[in-house]
Design a binder for this molecule. Structure first.
Ligand SMILES: *Cc1c(COP(=O)(O)O)cnc(C)c1O
Length: 403
């Protein structure tokens, strides 16, 4: 049976006594109303955060010119501003983080039979529908980080295939693709610099998937946007995760690479006409939730990091363990040692009116205090008062692919 998306209908599928206040399938616009959109009760992913009234107002001020012709001021200004804060020559606005990764990697590969070395758990490896093979003719070299958290220069040295070291039958590594944050963990700037230095000496390029780069910068442990981007040939930034825009991402890099990105973007139908509508909302989302500069000046993302720490503490004080350190907006619960199935945790969440995609709890600025209190009751149910654990036989939640 296909999983049913949370909506009004799911109340009918829940065990008796379930709370059904959570997400409604919306029949009216709910700009700036996370209680109504349901994002206030949704811990599955920060991509669930919904746009603000300020974004709607920004859309109404957007220019309505053609961005395929390169004439739309709202879009061009946004590309210029972000390229500048990242210390890069140029930027290209695209409609999704996936498209941003694929175009950036494609622009670096230039359709040669190369390998892209990436963390085995990376988005480009697992959740981009084979785009690297399909769009760039590249193969993926998945590597498990030896520290269990993120790739380091040691991993790269061990696994990269460099022309001078390997026979011609072997596919050479052309790009190292890194995520920052990687599953909520920050790659320290000195690690990024070491990777970039080593890669540069071996003719290998570096791509940074910055779907959650805002979180990395806001943590204070990763460097500024410009410092991080200086370790990459291409970097992406996404506006539709914790920043809360409806749609959008950006690739930044040299003018030459961004020209290639825009040509590829057009080749897959990703050039859009009145892009200003999307760029305006995304730009406003950045200003509201991160600020105009290359460091976080709003403290909103930091607040979600404190919530993540509180969630981690709620879990560990009840005897639970974590599988990763909590550094930004995610807490990773060790369900194996707690002897509880992901489905049981998700179902107990539904019972209390919160959505969970176990084993990851994702915080974002729209989570409300009531949702945190409900989550605490869920932890009580599954860790303290185990008799209360509910597990239903139906599939009520999409728990895969929440990225
Ligand atoms: C979500 C995500 C993406 C893709 O962004 P979409 O806008 O959903 O296409 C890419 N990389 C990482 C690490 C992500 O978490």
């Amino acid at each position: 049976m296909a999983p049913t998306l949370p909506g009004r209908a799911w109340g009918t599928k829940l065990p008796p006594g379930s709370v059904t206040r959570a997400p409604a399938i919306l029949d009216r616009a709910s700009w700036g109303d996370p209680m109504h959109t349901g994002s206030a009760f949704d811990f599955r992913t920060d991509a669930i955060s919904t746009p603000s009234v300020g974004q709607l107002a920004a859309i109404s001020r957007a220019t309505l010119n053609d961005d395929v012709f390169g004439e739309d001021q709202t879009t061009t200004l946004f590309e210029r501003r972000l390229a500048d804060v990242c210390g890069q020559q140029a930027g290209a606005f695209v409609i999704s983080g996936t498209m941003a990764n694929q175009l950036a990697l494609g622009a670096l590969c230039q359709y040669a039979p190369y390998a892209v070395l990436a963390d085995a758990s990376a988005h480009v490896v697992n959740f981009e529908a084979g785009g690297l093979a399909h769009l760039s003719g590249a193969t993926v070299q998945p590597v498990h980080p030896s520290n269990g958290i993120h790739l380091t220069v040691e991993d790269v040295k061990r696994h990269a295939r460099v022309a001078s070291d390997v026979p011609f039958e072997v596919c050479l590594t052309k790009i190292i693709s890194l995520e920052n944050t990687a599953h909520g963990n920050v790659i320290p700037l000195q690690d990024l610099r070491a990777i970039k230095d080593w890669a540069g000496k071996h003719g290998i390029m570096v791509h940074i998937d910055g779907a959650r780069i805002w979180e990395a910068v806001a943590s204070g442990a990763a460097g500024t946007l410009a410092e991080i981007a200086s370790c990459a040939d291409t970097m992406t930034l996404s506006f539709a995760k914790g920043i809360g825009a409806p749609i959008g991402a950006m690739v930044v890099g040299t003018a030459e690479v961004i020209r290639r990105v825009k040509r590829l973007r057009q080749s897959i139908g990703g050039g859009v006409r009145k892009a200003g509508l999307l760029a305006a909302a995304a730009h406003e989302a950045v200003l509201e939730n991160f600020g105009p500069g290359d460091v976080d000046s709003r403290g909103i993302l930091r607040a979600s990091h404190f919530m993540a720490e509180a969630v981690a503490t709620m879990w560990t004080t009840r005897g639970g363990k974590l599988t990763r350190p909590t550094e930004t907006n995610m807490a990773w619960l060790d369900l194996t040692s707690a002897r509880i199935s992901p489905k049981a945790l998700n179902d107990n969440g539904l019972l209390k009116g919160v959505l969970i995609a176990a084993p990851r709890i994702v915080l974002h600025h729209q989570i409300c205090p009531e949702a945190l209190a409900s989550l605490e009751q869920v932890f009580d149910n599954v860790l303290v008062d185990k008799d209360n654990v509910v597990e239903t036989s139906h599939h009520s939640l999409p728990s895969k692919g929440c990225v």
